[in-house]
Design a protein around this ligand. Structure first.
Ligand SMILES: Nc1ncnc2c1ncn2[C@@H]1O[C@H](COP(=O)(O)OP(=O)(O)OP(=O)(O)O)[C@@H](O)[C@H]1O
Length: 339
């Protein structure tokens, strides 16, 4: 991938070159409440520029809520999230692409009838100058621009092993491929910060390894920061530079994978009894159960998605603002978040 290091670079926490125009993400005293539930209580941590930073925790820990705060979907009742001069916690979701923040969702939110290339093009809309009308009329300026974007889309698709599937409708791709299209679409916005919500949820071992390799490559080739919310503790341990652990909405640990893995409170949170020696193993067991449910939900979601398209082909499934994972009934309404 090219162009990513144009703004200059420095050495990142794990060695690879990072861009010099990437500020840290500073989460400062964030609390979110849903009625009487404290989904997040006074959570603070920093995502260093160019880091792969994982947010983990058992069921109901507050991971999705944190993802939604970082991506502007939920408002925090207290606290701030700063990204350089910007306040992520005060931005509307559709504005954050403009400051270089992209998100890929747990449940695939792509247009199944459109090709990979068409879905990726949607990620570049805010970068197109010619506008939709000019593009629709194939005016010369739009044609020129289209070629440039087309080349970049092909490059990003290639990077995520989707080069041969550019013209395939997304709906016929495997689950693992679709998840990588979702990440590719986020990358097409040319982000400085990539937010991934459970990128390997519902994946088998091979797909998980492929996604983990892609995330490492994204960071080393682009030098951007990656924040991932994840259930699979084993995956996180081999991937992340830094891990923040939430439990019942509180931050209980924040450190390197090795540090959090041996933290007694993390062991207790994941194991309940605290009498097992290896938290990663216990978490994997926990994740396996979670994933079985996720996979089921993902299949259900795919079937629903298919049916929805059949009934309303022209409905745009890719609308950015207010998009929610369809398989999560709680996520259909964020109005409960106290602001
Ligand atoms: N929209 C909502 N309305 C009411 N309560 C909510 C809502 N979203 C989350 N919660 C509650 O907030 C708490 C944190 O939930 P959250 O989904 O952020 O946790 P999580 O760590 O992502 O869990 P999981 O791993 O099960 O997805 C839970 O008690 C949950 O029931």
């Amino acid at each position: 991938m090219t162009g990513a290091t144009a703004a200059g670079s420095a050495t990142g926490p794990a060695g690879p070159e990072i861009r010099s125009d990437i500020p840290p993400v500073e989460v400062d005293g964030v609390s979110v409440r849903f009625g009487a539930i404290n989904a997040l209580s006074d959570v603070s941590f920093t995502v260093q520029p160019g880091a792969i930073h994982a947010i983990i925790g058992p069921n109901g820990a507050g991971k999705s809520t944190m993802f939604n705060v970082l991506s502007g979907v939920y408002k925090a009742a207290e606290g701030q999230v700063r990204f350089g001069e910007h306040r992520l916690d005060q931005m509307r979701p559709y504005k954050i692409a403009g400051i270089g923040v992209a998100r890929a969702f747990q449940n695939i939110a792509l247009s199944g009838t459109q090709s990979v290339a068409e879905n990726l093009m949607l990620g570049r809309h805010h970068l197109t100058k010619a506008g939709f009308l000019a593009a629709g009329l194939r005016l010369p300026k739009a044609t020129r621009e289209g070629k440039i974007h087309g080349a970049r889309i092909a490059e990003i698709a290639e990077f995520l092993d989707l080069g041969e599937k550019l013209h395939t409708p997304v709906g016929v791709l495997s689950y693992g491929d679709q998840k990588r299209v979702e990440v590719a679409r986020a990358l097409c916005t040319e982000p400085r910060l990539l937010l991934l919500d459970e990128p390997v949820a519902g994946m088998n071992a091979e797909e998980t390894d492929r996604m983990a390799a892609a995330i490492l490559e994204i960071r080393s080739a682009l030098g951007i920061s990656v924040v991932l919310v994840e259930h699979d503790m084993g995956m996180v341990m081999s991937l992340a530079d830094r891990v923040t652990v939430l439990d019942f909405g509180r931050l209980i640990a924040d450190g390197t994978p090795a540090q959090v893995q041996s933290d007694p409170e993390v062991i207790r949170a994941y194991l309940g009894s605290g009498d097992e020696a290896d938290p990663a193993e216990a978490a994997e067991h926990h994740a396996a159960e979670h994933h079985a449910a996720e996979h089921h939900a993902a299949e259900h979601h795919a079937a629903e998605h298919h049916a929805a398209e059949h009934h309303a082909a022209e409905h745009d499934q890719t609308a950015e603002a207010g998009r929610r994972p369809a398989a999560d009934p709680r996520s259909s309404d964020s109005s409960g978040a106290t602001s």
